[in-house]
Design a protein around this ligand. Structure first.
Ligand code: 6GU
Length: 225
């Protein structure tokens, strides 16, 4: 999969994809993330990419020309399956959306900043608008990092059998069960016996039961879906 990201703050996106699972995805040739500075497509020598909103009001709006020129140029290399705009008024991101997007080949993610991007770019280019939750971030960059992480680890071949996404919280609308590691007795707190007795069927049943209990307690809304 190839993911291009357009942003005015590329520095915010230098580190998140260079570690752990996403690094492995990159090293295996399964995921390429390219971060593009929108200022490369600025309209003048002042590197301008934003301007005041028509009609007045606080904040700046990313201008249509730099975005359109950037998208047009990037699209010459090949069409995108989705052009995603990160925005708090988009559809709320969840595991289902991550699953869908992990099956795509080419994605472009546009990060807004300030007051957002000119509406005409949304109309003309954007195919999907995503929010990561009901709170406001100062830009779309951290949200884009969240989305790329959630998608990247689902690309076939990225996770090994042991780390398989099949066992994730949310994959079947259930939260994950508790986990333990050595020592079996930590300052008097013991690991549940089932986990140390070596009966895989019992372990599986216990984990499912724990998942159900946790989901009922913490996220009953997931069970209604
Ligand atoms: Cl995608 N962008 C911004 N600026 N804030 C957000 C968000 C996105 N998702 C939740 N809050």
């Amino acid at each position: 999969m190839k993911i291009d990201i357009l942003t005015v703050v590329p520095d915010l996106l230098t580190s998140p994809f260079s570690h752990s699972i996403l690094k492995r995805a990159h090293d295996k040739g399964l995921l390429t993330v390219r971060v593009h500075n929108l200022r490369k497509w600025a309209i003048n020598k002042h590197m301008q990419v934003d301007d005041y909103p028509f009609g007045g009001g606080a904040g700046m709006v990313l201008m249509p020309e730099p975005l359109a020129n950037a998208i047009d140029e990037l699209q010459q290399e090949g069409k995108y399956d989705e052009i995603i705009y990160m925005t708090p008024d988009g559809e709320r991101f969840n595991q289902k959306a991550a699953n869908q997007l992990s099956l795509k080949e080419n994605l472009l993610i546009i990060c807004g900043h300030y007051k957002g991007i000119d509406e005409r770019i949304r109309q003309r280019y954007v195919t999907r608008e995503i929010s990561i939750g009901d709170y406001v971030l100062s830009g779309g960059e951290l949200a884009a990092a969240v989305v790329v992480d959630a998608i990247g680890r689902l690309i076939p071949g990225v996770l090994s059998d042991e780390t398989s996404a099949l066992f994730d919280s949310f994959q079947d609308n259930l939260l994950a069960p508790p986990v333990y590691t050595r020592p079996a007795d930590f300052r008097g707190d013991k690991v549940p016996d089932i986990l140390t007795q070596g009966d895989p069927k019992k372990v599986e049943d216990w984990r499912h039961e724990q998942s159900l209990t946790r989901t009922k307690e913490r996220r009953p809304d997931l069970l209604e879906e």
